[in-house]
Structures are given as C-alpha cells and as structure tokens.
Design a protein around this ligand. Structure first.
Ligand SMILES: [Cu+2]
Length: 159
C-alpha cells in the first residue's frame, strides 16, 4: 500500500516536469531555426571560372548551389570585381545551334540544388579587366531577393 502511494506520488510529480520540459524542447528547436537563418542560405560547392585566354574579354563562372533553408531562395544578380558586366545566362540549343539567353532570376527551392555548369545555366562575365585575368581565385557576390548577399571564391581552371 505504501509502495503504491509512492508510485502515485512519483507520477504526480513527474507529469508536471514532463509538461514543463516539453515546451523548452520546442524552444530549442526554434533557436536552431533562427541560427540557420543567420548562416549562408546557399551552400556553394565546386566553384570555378574558365581561365581567360589572351585576346578574350569574357569568361564564365560555374558552381553548385544548394538551398539549405526551409524557404525558397532567389538569386537576383551576381557581381564580380574587375568585370564590366556580370549576368546570369542559360545556354540552350536552337535547331543545333548553341545560343544563350538572359536569366533574370534563379530561384532554388528548399533543399534543392541548382548547377551552374558548362552548356547550361552560367554566370557570364564580360569586360574582364587585366587584373581579373591574372587571378587564381575571383570573388563572386550573389545578390539575393531578400536583400542579403552571399560571397564565395571561384578557382581558375583551364577549360
Ligand atoms: Cu553566357
């Protein structure tokens, strides 16, 4: 009888503790979420740019972009120091002829990856300065639609 009473008492005490500790668990989860928003929304991998050959004034930057956020992320524009003009382009096939068109915005859905790659989506760099063509790494700045920006380095590679 005494034992049963003890058990009931324990349950009576344990229950409120569980109820109190459960919300703090949720609080921790939301702290994690806010942590995530302060980190870079896009994970950049394998970033490189095509080495600029003598006489050439343009090049392209390629990379793999993964949206690590829970909401979609859009790239509005790209900036590179030492280049006159930087645009997002897409190569496409028009009756056997490879052509390029402007891409105003690139939206990456949550947890999805978009590849900027030769023959597809790419960052077109026009009017390359003499300084830029010497660089082994160039700094690329992505301007996102939420007003933030994200930068990374792209390594020079021979095509
Ligand atoms: Cu292009």
């Amino acid at each position: 009888m005494n034992n049963l009473k003890k058990t009931i008492l324990l349950v009576a005490f344990a229950l409120p503790i569980f109820l109190v500790s459960a919300p703090s668990c949720f609080a921790e989860t939301s702290t994690h979420a806010s942590h995530e928003s302060s980190t870079q929304p896009i994970l950049i991998e394998n970033a490189w740019y095509r080495a600029v050959l003598p006489g050439q004034k343009s090049t392209a930057v390629y990379f793999k972009a993964t949206n690590v956020m829970k909401n979609s992320v859009s790239i509005d524009s790209v900036e590179i120091e030492g280049a006159h003009h930087v645009m997002m382009h897409e190569s496409y096939d028009d009756a056997g002829i490879s052509k390029m068109r402007h891409v105003d915005q690139v939206t990456i859905e949550p947890r999805q990856t978009t590849s900027f790659r030769p023959g597809g989506l790419h960052v077109m760099v026009v009017g390359v300065s003499d300084e830029l063509r010497q660089l082994e790494k160039i700094k690329v700045i992505l301007k996102l639609s939420d007003g933030s920006q994200q930068s990374f380095f792209a390594d020079r590679r021979q095509p």
